[in-house]
Design a protein around this ligand. Structure first.
Ligand code: HEM
Length: 488
């Protein structure tokens, strides 16, 4: 569940489509309406913007900054950025209990407050603590820095830590193969590896020394942005469970890393929005981290959409509930169609992947084939992208489809190599000597959790990555260099 909260934490750093003021209504066809929690629902259209380009006449606006700039905790505009700052020693506001502060309406004080839930705001709080710890460290080494400078340097450092964790820790857990582990580490450190780069710096090209620290950003002739396809493949709400399983961590010792006993099962509906924030304020931060660490997330596959999201009260951009509930499962399909995202087969062609010509090319699951034939007949071109991504037979070790993986891989690299803060300006002058050292020494989310809860992981976490289920065995030590292991 930490991996699930993490990806929501990242989505809320990167993308949110601007809505129109015009509402539309979706109605379930008569024949299936009895099986739908909402027979009809209203929502705002995505705002269409004319581009003036002959070959692409319209597009959409992103209300979040697409850069890897930590806007999920720092905010997306002047007003949002001021709201979260303590204006003392560069720090951000945080509650006495280590969790986010809230306004009088119980909306969290954070960079992004839309459609939040307890696990997501927990990560926001963790990284506010990280930012504040960076401020303390910088102040100690550079006592002359004022509030503004401390804030800016600490923001750069914390954002880079987030980007690094996503690249070499989260992505690797999601796509658990040696090839991916090697690929993602090459993106950050290059083929020559961390030790070489730490010793000699970025002295070779992108392959040998990695994308991070390149002398110049490279946008391949396309101004940096996150694409519609990217937003589509990240619609992974099936990761969310029906309930959160809280664990009792009062046991004083745990030598065998046993999974702690269940203390309470809370429906997700009580962990979302303002109610979720109120609940979270009564749960200890360590207890929540250990509980999420021991709960597996849902599989990104068909027939696993959380039922509670089919009658969901969404938030507006300020974290206020909107009056009309939505059926998210239906809405997600509508959004791709509304935004002109290619359907599954065309999407694959655009990625130079082999399209399917019959349902059997997609999956060997007879139940899925039967359902697809019932909905789409034999017309494979009509298959909606999201349905195809979830029906597709997965590569062993992958939590997502190969089709989605192509987009992941492409954007994972572009996000680093097109950003000056990870290329030209990834240096001591921009980050400070000690700031860059902080980024270089932090490898994983576990490192961050260890920093703020030094004894907790030692007692409860058996696995190697905080994104795994914590009672799982640690990764085996591999004495053969990663690049010499044959791909599986
Ligand atoms: C309690 C948890 C969550 C809630 C309540 C929630 C709710 C929502 C809502 C209401 C929308 C906007 C729907 C629309 O109008 O089109 C949305 C968009 C989205 N969500 Fe979630 N979500 C949650 C967690 C997640 C997670 C775990 C992911 C995982 C990747 C995710 C990925 C996305 C993406 C990619 C979008 C589209 C954003 C855009 O392109 O504008 N969400 N979510």
């Amino acid at each position: 569940m930490i991996a699930t909260s993490w990806i929501q934490f990242m989505i809320h750093d990167w993308i949110d489509h601007l809505e129109d003021t015009q509402q539309v209504e979706l109605r379930a066809p008569h024949e299936i309406a009895s099986a739908c929690p909402l027979k009809s629902f209203k929502f705002f259209k995505t705002k269409r913007i004319s581009t003036g380009e002959p070959d692409m006449k319209f597009g959409f606006l992103n209300t979040r900054t697409p850069w890897w700039d930590g806007s999920v905790i720092y905010g997306n505009n002047e007003e949002g950025m001021r709201r979260v700052r303590a204006f003392k020693e560069g720090k951000l506001r945080i509650g006495g209990d280590g969790l986010l502060e809230h306004d009088e309406k119980w909306i969290p004080i954070s960079g992004d407050v839309r459609n939040c839930w307890a696990g997501f705001s927990l990560l926001q709080a963790l990284f506010v603590r990280e930012h504040n710890a960076v401020c303390d460290m910088l102040k100690e080494h550079y006592p002359d820095l004022d509030d503004e400078k401390l804030y800016r340097y600490a923001r750069l450092v914390t954002s880079a830590v987030i980007a690094k964790i996503h690249t070499i820790d989260w992505t690797v857990e999601l796509l658990k193969t040696d090839t991916l582990l090697a690929g993602m580490r090459v993106n950050w450190y290059g083929l020559l590896g961390k030790r070489f780069k730490d010793l000699f710096g970025h002295i070779c090209g992108p392959v040998l020394s990695g994308l991070v620290g390149l002398r110049k950003p490279n946008d391949h002739g396309v101004p940096y942005s996150l694409t519609e396809e990217f937003s589509s493949v990240y619609k992974m709400h099936s990761l969310l469970p029906d309930k959160v399983i809280l664990r009792d961590i009062t046991n004083s010792t745990n030598p065998n890393y046993e999974c702690p006993p269940v203390s309470q099962e809370v429906p997700m509906t009580e962990m979302t929005g303002k109610e979720g924030e109120r609940r979270m304020s009564k749960i200890d931060m360590e207890q929540m981290l250990v509980s999420m660490g021991h709960q597996a997330s849902g599989a990104v596959t068909l027939w696993n959409y959380p039922s509670w999201m089919r009658n969901l009260i969404p938030h507006d951009i300020n974290g206020e509930e909107v009056p009309d509930p939505v059926d998210m499962a239906a809405l997600e399909i509508y959004r791709d169609r509304e935004r002109g995202v290619a359907r599954y087969n065309e999407f694959r062609r655009n990625l130079l992947m082999i399209p399917i010509s019959k349902w059997e090319d997609l999956t060997d699951d007879c139940e899925i084939i039967e359902a697809l034939s019932e909905v789409y007949g034999e017309d494979v071109e009509k298959l909606d992208l999201l349905v195809g991504l979830q029906a597709e037979k997965k590569i062993e070790g992958f939590a997502i489809s190969e089709t989605a993986f192509f987009i992941f891989l492409l954007i994972a690299s572009r996000r680093l190599e097109a950003d000056r803060f990870f290329t030209t300006n990834f240096n001591p002058k921009t980050y400070t000597e000690k700031g860059l050292e902080w980024v270089n020494k932090t490898e994983t989310l576990k490192d961050v959790i260890d920093r703020h809860f030094p004894d907790m992981t030692a007692k409860w976490m058996r696995c190697s990555s905080a994104f795994s289920v914590w009672s799982a065995p640690p990764d085996k030590t591999n004495y053969i260099p990663l690049y010499l292991i044959p791909a599986t």
